[in-house]
Design a protein around this ligand. Structure first.
Ligand SMILES: *Cc1c(COP(=O)(O)O)cnc(C)c1O
Ligand SMILES: [Zn+2]
Length: 418
């Protein structure tokens, strides 16, 4: 059970770094680093049955993860979330084979756990002594949980508009939780760059940390297995910096290189209409996204980014390579999607419901066919942002006093809400 990873490589200048080097971005050119695997060698030695007998977590495909020594593994049982057919959503939007991957079922109730189990394990392996990150909520909660488990002290800066629920979750793991206010996001970026320059702090921000997206590759392995060792036609993913989407792409490419899959799914990136820099770049046929939009103007708090890291080049490459799509959705489309998902027993935050809004849009345009096999990745629990439910149902709740005369009309055959 040893890793097939051989080294890190710079996206831009192809410089190489060892797997035990505590590097964030390329020391030569500042480019993003990616782990490279000996897939040809792994193809020869992989025992697929043995892999599939291991527990269904992110760590199942151990050979495709970059940790060198298993003693450094930090896990809370992440991954292996259920893939559920969404019949009622599908009927409403005209898709007969719509399924959702319910990643709200993770230890800190968001998909971020897939990435932090890897990056915090690597931090332990690299001997990192202090952890630090900033967050709109879900990343901080996940980071804090894994750092606590790893016994590495940590500081989390939380954006001042994060929900109480998200802040509460970050605090309980015992890290130092600090509210961060700012006028423009450029200010934050400047401060973080300065912190790195002065203090040489090891970073956990997606892509700046070379390991987090490795955990998201598990989506590809799990979907392939859940669908009877088949590849779906479409996978729809909410995108801020695009770790989930890039991980999906890398994971499916690995399955193909290993001879397990014969093609890639078409990938869809969704963003709120308030801040859709990737959608804008995609539609203009560009390979780099420019700063665009106002992240605070949408209820999709977890995917509010006006300037994706690395200019979104990794995401745009993944979309181009899979003949994918980029879709922007409004707040009202997300709220409608939340209500639809509720009918299939799923409670997710607006940033996850956006995938169903995108599916609906692409189905109505005839881009996704009614028989296509479609998977929406539901990245986070609705419990992290319960106030959104009041916007889904603006009419408010009915009230009664404890009297049979008031109860009785509710229980007559026409009384239920369906
Ligand atoms: C962080 C987050 C996203 C976006 O993740 P990226 O990897 O930055 O694209 C989507 N949904 C939820 C619920 C999140 O917390
Ligand atoms: Zn470089």
């Amino acid at each position: 059970m040893t890793t097939a990873a051989t080294h890190l490589e710079c996206d831009d200048c192809r410089a190489r770094y060892g797997l035990l080097d505590p590097v964030n971005t390329c020391r030569g050119c500042g480019g993003l680093l990616d782990a490279v695997y000996d897939l040809e060698g792994l193809r020869q030695r992989l025992d697929l049955d043995a892999v599939l007998r291991r527990p269904n977590t992110v760590w199942r495909w151990r050979e495709l993860l970059p940790l060198v020594d298993d003693n450094h593994r930090v896990t809370l049982g992440e991954g292996g979330s259920p893939l559920l057919m969404c019949e009622r959503v599908g009927e409403a939007i005209g898709l007969r084979r719509l399924a959702a991957k319910n990643d709200a079922m993770n230890p800190t109730a968001s998909f971020k756990d897939r990435s932090f189990t890897i990056s915090v394990s690597k931090a332990k392996e690299l001997g990192v002594r202090l952890g630090f990150t900033y967050t709109s909520g879900n990343a901080g909660a996940s980071f804090a949980a894994y750092m606590a488990k790893a016994r590495i002290p940590s500081v989390v800066l939380v954006k001042d508009w994060a929900t109480r629920e998200k802040i509460a979750m970050i605090r309980i793991y015992g890290c130092r939780t600090v509210i961060l206010s700012y006028d423009s996001f450029a200010e934050v970026t400047r401060m973080l760059e300065e912190a790195v320059k002065r203090l040489g702090i090891y970073q956990f921000v997606l892509f700046i940390n070379p390991y987090r997206h490795e955990g998201y590759k598990s989506y590809a392995y799990e979907l392939w297995n859940d669908l009877g060792r088949r590849v779906p036609d479409w996978v729809i993913q909410p995108v801020s910096n695009g770790g989930g989407l890039y991980g999906l792409w890398k994971g499916f490419r690995e399955l193909k290189a290993l001879g397990l899959a014969d093609r890639l799914p078409r990938l869809v990136a969704c963003q709120p209409t308030a801040s859709p820099p990737i959608v804008r770049a995609f539609e203009a046929g560009k390979t780099v996204a420019e700063r665009f939009g106002d992240p605070r103007a949408s209820i999709a708090q977890s995917i509010g980014s006006d300037a994706p890291i690395g200019g979104g080049r990794r995401i745009l490459r993944a979309l181009a390579d899979t003949r994918g799509r980029a879709v922007a959705a409004t707040d009202s489309a997300m709220l409608e999607a939340m209500a639809l998902l509720g009918r299939d027993g799923l409670f997710v935050e607006p940033s996850s419901a956006i995938t169903v809004a995108a599916a609906k849009q692409l189905a109505s345009e005839g881009i996704i066919g009614p028989e296509d096999r479609v998977v929406c990745i539901l990245t986070g629990s609705g419990l992290k942002q319960p106030a959104a439910v009041d916007q889904v149902f603006p009419q408010g709740l009915e009230h009664i006093h404890a009297r049979i005369e008031e109860l009785e009309p509710l229980l007559l055959p026409t009384g239920g809400e369906g």
